[in-house]
Write a protein that binds this ligand. Sequence first.
Ligand code: AMP
Length: 214
Amino acid sequence: MNVVLLGAPGAGKGTQAEKMIEAWGLPHISTGDILRKAVADGTPLGVQAKTYMDAGELVPDLVVIGLVKSRLEEPDAEKGFILDGFPRTGEQAEALDRELASLGRTIDAAISIDVDRDVIVKRLTSRRTCRSCGKIYSLLADPPADPAVCDVCGGELYQRDDDTEATVRNRLAVYDRSTAPLVDYYRSKGVLHVLDGDRPVDEVFADVRRIVEG
Ligand code: AMP
């Protein structure tokens, strides 16, 4: 199963991807995670990407397309994959189709998770991530006992640089401008599924399961 997760930042793509990995063991390809790791490691890619990311702008298409192409050619992606945060522009969607065609494959489902904007701003500005184990918390919906310490491993919890309110608003504007049109792109290919993401995680996942398992 080759799946694309669409939806504004904070819609819950990463959370649903985690549940999909648990259920089906598909590789999770998150361009945001790959880029954040490059920034943390201080690689040339990270240095190039950081300015865009901190401003909530998109990293140039050529850079991200190259990353995803090489990731899709790794052996574990042969059994299927979950793309999270890619494609984000028409250019990226077309490059993805070309790459998949060269591998004799297509996208089976594009799942768009819809959430009200005010809910997203609240969700993202209250999001905290553990520096050690990567667990994601919500200070509102799923608060740790101590807002600065991970319940699981005792690691330090931090707020992503791009989860401040001003940057979140810019990321949403970028989404509307560049990424929202992809909903129509996948609808025209007959693979689009739109889900209401303003519901408990397990309810959303029940719908995802129906789509993936048919
Ligand atoms: P995310 O974790 O998916 O919200 O991504 C965080 C940031 O990484 C975005 O705001 C962009 O700056 C960058 N990024 C992630 N995926 C892409 C992509 N497909 N195209 C361009 N920039 C991206």
